[in-house]
Design a protein around this ligand. Structure first.
Ligand code: NIG
Ligand code: FE
Length: 427
């Protein structure tokens, strides 16, 4: 018996990204979109029932009672995935933006007790409801850009109570809005003022007090491994302790200076190593030989005006799997616009439009260990889909700085639309 479809999308230029649920795209596979022109997708009970040419879809799913959405030849992709964000935070830091514009580097602001530490003071002072309300607004924006799954880090607490409050905010947000959030514990995001003279003591607090308390509240543990923040040795201590508690690993690596963070990620079997602006040939080799995904964040280079971007082309050639993300946060990258990051992926990282689309869908799903559930348009996957007001995938990064979303479907429900209802939907 065929499953009953509630929705049937027809007349679509489908970018299925199919065939890579078990492993990310890398090397010559990177950018394989699995295109179907004049394609269709049947959706029922929150899942994709069938996708491909209309006749195949009709043969595989019962579409007799489905609401038909005529995509009018538009591009239909998996819901976009943003695998590295600090979406939960309090307030904003535009005063520092002005400082940076007049020449003060980001790391100097942090060393002087500002930067992340300003956001720490704001998060400690904020109520759970305030954290939720601010992030909810950003998530609404992200959804409008076609983003249906987002990783969300703690890390503006740096004390147990506030770290827990941030992870609780992620939990609440998963219940009150449509974007799926994947929680990451980032207790080692900066050295708090209380421990400025003794970072090793703070590492002990993270390992002995925080990790055991939060291990069931977060999927991932992350560390900001950087000069003047956490050393490779301190990062290893924290990440090994997290691993022993059953957590998956991520790492902010080689963002502002080369530290060997990429090698550490590969050594520990981290799911992703993120930033990687300063990663050298040895680091690239280590990533290529591992299952660790490089999550590149070109919006951060752009906004920090470092003039330096991750060596993405070298990584692709070496066979490193690449995902792209906003890094949305109040300091180094205050934007929710993943479509703009796709443009930077082309213009600043030298990736092709097809590669940047793979980097924010199937490879981003793998960067969250969710490649078996989301990231492609294949029968059995969650029905997270975007219809873009674009004829093809190159148009998205090419026409930049605006929002191309026409409709977003999350778990089979239309959750955002930018079109006349009676024009796109007919029974
Ligand atoms: O990924 N590098 C560390 N963390 C963030 C910045 C956070 C902030 O400035 O508030 C990042 O760039
Ligand atoms: Fe970050």
């Amino acid at each position: 018996m065929k499953n009953k479809a509630q929705l049937l999308i027809v007349n679509a230029r489908l970018a299925t990204l199919g065939g890579f649920s078990a492993r990310p795209q890398r090397g010559s596979d990177f950018g394989r979109l699995g295109l179907v022109d004049n394609g269709a997708v049947a959706v029922g009970a929150g899942q994709i029932l069938a996708a491909g040419p209309l006749e195949k879809v009709r043969a595989e799913a019962d579409v007799s009672a489905a609401t038909i959405i005529d995509a009018g030849g538009r591009l239909v992709t998996p819901g976009l995935i943003d695998p590295h964000t600090h979406v939960v935070h309090a307030g904003s830091r535009e005063r520092e933006y002005e400082l940076r514009l007049s020449g003060t580097p980001y790391i100097e602001i942090l060393k002087a007790g500002g930067g992340i530490l300003n956001s720490v003071a704001a998060a400690r002072a904020a109520s759970l409801a305030q954290l939720v309300a601010q992030a909810k607004k950003s998530l609404r924006r992200m959804l409008a850009f076609g983003v249906t799954t987002v990783e969300a880090k703690s890390g503006y607490g740096l004390d147990l109570a506030t770290e827990i409050k941030m992870l609780q905010a992620v939990d609440v947000l998963n219940q009150v809005q449509d974007v799926t959030l994947v929680p990451t514990f980032l207790g080692a995001h900066a050295i708090p003022r209380e421990y400025s003279e003794n970072s090793d003591a703070f590492v002990r607090v993270v390992v002995e007090e925080m990790l055991p308390a939060v291990k069931d509240m977060a999927v991932f543990c992350d560390v900001f491994c950087e000069d003047h923040v956490f050393t490779v040795a301190q990062s290893r201590t924290i990440l090994q302790a997290a691993k022993a508690l059953g957590m998956e690993l991520k790492i902010h690596a080689d963002e502002l200076a080369p530290t060997g963070g990429a090698q550490l990620a590969a050594e520990l079997g981290a799911v992703s190593a993120d930033h990687l602006l300063h990663t050298d040939t040895e680091g690239i080799k280590a990533l290529a030989a591992s299952s660790t995904i490089a999550v590149l964040l070109p919006g951060t280079s752009f906004n920090l005006m470092t003039g330096r971007y991750a060596p993405a082309r070298e990584m692709v050639e070496a066979g490193v799997a690449i995902a792209l993300s906003t890094d949305y946060n109040p300091g180094s990258c205050p934007t929710e616009n993943l479509q703009l990051i796709m443009t930077l992926g082309c213009l600043k990282l030298g990736l092709t439009p097809a590669q940047v689309l793979a980097a924010v869908t199937i490879n981003a799903a793998h960067a969250l260990k969710m490649g078996d559930r989301i990231g492609s348009i294949e029968a059995g996957k969650q029905a997270d889909l975007v219809i873009f007001d674009a004829d093809n995938e190159a148009y998205l990064p090419y026409h930049f700085g605006v929002n191309h979303t026409w409709m977003v479907i999350k778990s089979g429900r239309i959750v955002y639309s930018n079109c006349e209802e009676d024009y796109c939907c007919e029974n």
